[in-house]
Design a binder for this molecule. Structure first.
Ligand SMILES: C[S@@+](CC[C@H](N)C(=O)[O-])C[C@H]1O[C@@H](n2cnc3c(N)ncnc32)[C@H](O)[C@@H]1O
Length: 243
């Protein structure tokens, strides 16, 4: 239990305040900034937030204290307010969420139609979905498996199939950075196995600065071609039309 709490605290801190020598610095920093921007533009103190696949709720500190923040997860998770089995209905009212946050979850779900149907059901007509998932990353099954990588077209298509219209898609670490990040992930794991973590950390700083520079000079289309993560804001179409 203590070990899990320590790991959760470390992971949450890493997501909110990653260090420049962390191999995932650029994408964690970028994703955090996108969540923070979404909160600024879509959330107030009376909002109801559903964090779907909440893990340790790492982004909770970015939301106003007063908002209702409900964590849902599929595994036995002490941070979750509701634990559901894949395919089960989440025990929350239809049209009850102002914002559904689901970061780095969909690629873990082999049959994601039910998950998207729950999102569609729970969102208020004027609600928003913030979803992020892998564009390109090494295979890393968390507990079950690591099933999918998405392109902008694939993600848009499946969201539209579930009555959601994409308002914004952002590449978190663009195509040039993806190449650097993949190489650095592999080199990191080799160096750590050789107990050369300090060399890994130094190389990470260098690579992260290079990713920042190369992203800064790449146009949106280039960055979006093969990003590490796609962060997407979407809204219900039919419910909005009906409202
Ligand atoms: C990689 S973690 C991400 C956690 C958190 N969202 C974050 O960004 O740090 C994926 C989480 O999704 C959960 N998950 C997997 N399948 C799910 C499903 N069908 N419904 C809800 N949560 C699910 C896992 O249990 C895990 O907590």
């Amino acid at each position: 239990m203590l070990r899990r709490l320590y790991a959760d605290t470390f992971e949450s801190r890493r997501r909110i305040k990653p260090r420049l020598w962390d191999v995932d610095y650029c994408l964690l920093h970028g994703l955090r900034n996108e969540v923070a921007k979404c909160v600024r533009e879509n959330v107030n103190g009376s909002s109801t937030i559903v964090d779907l696949g909440c893990g340790a709720k790492p982004y909770r500190p970015l939301f106003p204290n007063e908002c209702e923040y409900i964590g849902v997860d599929a595994c036995d998770n002490p941070h979750a307010d509701y634990v559901v089995s894949p395919g089960d209905e989440i025990p929350l009212e239809d049209n009850s969420a102002d914002l559904i946050l689901s970061t780095q979850v969909i690629y873990l779900i082999p049959e994601f139609q039910d998950y998207l149907a729950q999102i569609q059901r729970l969102l208020k007509p004027n609600g928003s979905l913030f979803i992020s998932t892998h564009g390109t990353w090494t295979h890393h099954p968390a507990s079950g498996g690591d099933y999918y990588r998405f392109t902008q077209d694939g993600l848009r298509y499946i969201l539209e199939q579930h009555g959601l219209e994409v308002a914004q898609m952002v590449p978190v670490v663009g195509t040039l950075g993806t190449g650097l990040h993949l190489r650095q992930l592999v080199i990191n794991s080799w160096l750590r196995r050789l107990r050369l973590s300090w060399i890994a950390a130094a190389l990470n700083v260098f690579t992260n600065l290079r990713i920042k520079i190369e992203d800064a000079v790449s146009p949106y289309g280039t960055r979006m071609s093969s990003p590490v993560i796609i962060a997407c804001l979407a809204r219900p179409v039919s419910k909005g039309a009906a409202a």
